[in-house]
Design a protein around this ligand. Structure first.
Ligand code: GLV
Ligand code: MN
Ligand code: MN
Length: 413
């Protein structure tokens, strides 16, 4: 039996070859869930895993698992993240965690070491929520509900097309549920996506919690009319309603909700022409906080504000809640394991709360779950400019490997 070691050149060449799939010419990737390039990335995953003798299973939610089984083991320790990206995103978000998970399995397999838990490196479907959001991990954790599939983040036609491309059936998504008694735990390596670790010169973030979020689709409805002949004082301009709402909400959050962030990430005017006053303006709103009470208070504030703006501008408004993710805590035992694994490698650590959502959120309520963060330069993410130093990526993979070995020891069932 040899020592278990990350093969840094294999890890780098895998990361670089994955980053060519859906690559954009500004250094990022465009791999929306179940789009052609995400499916190509999944083919890459399968070939990469099989190259090192790992078996690949695909469940009814499309989650791809590379599996390493051991004779004494009963439960599975999941190591995961996602190969889909936000539209025109960066090449580290999700991909780093999946490539590192594959590397950990290859390294342990090559060492000949036998563990007390089976290992699975998983690429979860639609973490980024171009379709539903954390679709694959929620399905596997048994948290996906039929209601979630009624409140899509895309149109129903786009969802149906995406499932068809991925060879998935809507009614079968729920069958991806795994009995929590068969799962030992969940570990995920990810870039921080914020500036804190880099600014504070910390090598490894030990994640304590993940923010909750609420998202809404809000529609202001007014009167489409002639942009030249309608006096400025006699308009029901839905576009102005949406803009007034966005500005006022920003003000409210900055002044009154210090532990929240809120973003209008999309706005669409209809009919949408130079010479027509918008009759309808719809916007996508998301807000997040580590505190569930703050989310509920801000939700009430959003509803009041939307109604006030509509009344003031002679518009109608409708609000549709699209997704609800509550804040979750990471397992204290796994946090200790990550901390020790990093310290044993001579790396500095700090506890950190995640302001981004992750597949770990789906597993935290049901099995011991933990996350390892590495620094993001400038904190930039969901952008082609997302960047982490390769040395930090390798540190993250080494911590993931050591944490996997330690968790396998402590979580064997
Ligand atoms: C996922 O990256 C999210 O936080 O939206
Ligand atoms: Mn991610
Ligand atoms: Mn992301």
């Amino acid at each position: 039996m040899t020592r278990v070691k990350i093969d840094t050149s294999r890890f780098k060449s895998d990361f670089d070859s994955l980053a060519t799939i859906g690559a954009t010419n500004d250094g990022g990737v465009h791999r929306p869930a179940l789009g052609p390039d995400h499916l190509k990335a999944r083919q890459w995953f399968t070939q990469r895993a099989q190259r090192d003798g790992l078996t690949v299973n695909v469940d009814s939610a499309g989650n791809h698992s590379a599996v390493l089984l051991f004779p004494e083991a009963e439960k599975a320790l999941l190591l995961g993240s996602h190969l889909d990206s936000v539209p025109y995103g960066g090449k580290y978000d999700g991909a780093l965690g999946v490539v590192a998970a594959l590397e950990v399995l290859s390294a342990i397999k090559a060492s000949g070491r036998s563990l007390g838990v089976n290992l699975e490196a998983v690429d979860f479907t639609d973490e980024e929520g171009t379709l539903v959001g954390a679709l694959g991990s929620e399905a596997m954790a048994g948290e996906l509900t039929p209601e979630r599939l009624c409140n899509l983040r895309c149109s129903r036609e786009e969802f149906v097309e995406a499932l068809k491309r991925g060879d998935l059936k809507e009614e079968s998504l729920f069958q991806a549920r795994r009995n929590p008694d068969t799962l030992a735990g969940y570990l995920e390596l990810h870039i921080e996506q914020g500036p804190w670790l880099h600014d504070n010169r910390i090598d490894i973030g030990v994640v304590t919690s993940i923010v909750g979020s609420r998202s809404f689709r809000i529609s202001f409805n007014g009167r489409p009319d002639h942009a030249g002949t309608t006096p400025m004082t006699n308009r029901a301009d839905a576009g102005l309603g949406a803009c007034a709402f966005n500005l006022a909400l920003n003000d409210i959050v900055v002044k009154q909700f210090h532990d929240c962030v809120a973003t209008v990430g999309g706005m669409e005017f209809k009919p949408g022409a130079f010479n027509i006053i918008p009759g309808q303006a719809s916007l996508c709103l998301e807000f997040r906080s580590r505190d569930k009470d703050s989310l509920e208070k801000l939700k009430a504030g959003v509803i009041n504000l939307a109604n006030d703006v509509a009344r003031h501008r002679g518009l109608d408004v409708s609000l549709e809640e699209v997704a609800v993710w509550d804040p979750v805590h990471m397992s204290p035992d796994i946090q200790r394991i990550i901390n020790t694994s990093a310290s044993n490698l001579g790396l500095s650590t700090a506890s950190i709360a995640s302001a981004a959502g992750h597949d770990a959120q789906s597993f935290a309520p049901i099995i011991p779950t933990g996350m390892i963060f590495i620094p993001s330069i400038g904190g930039i993410s969901h952008s082609p400019q997302e960047f982490s130093k390769w040395r930090d990526c390798v540190n993250g993979a080494k911590v993931l490997l050591n944490a996997t070995l330690a968790a396998a020891e402590s979580l064997r069932g």
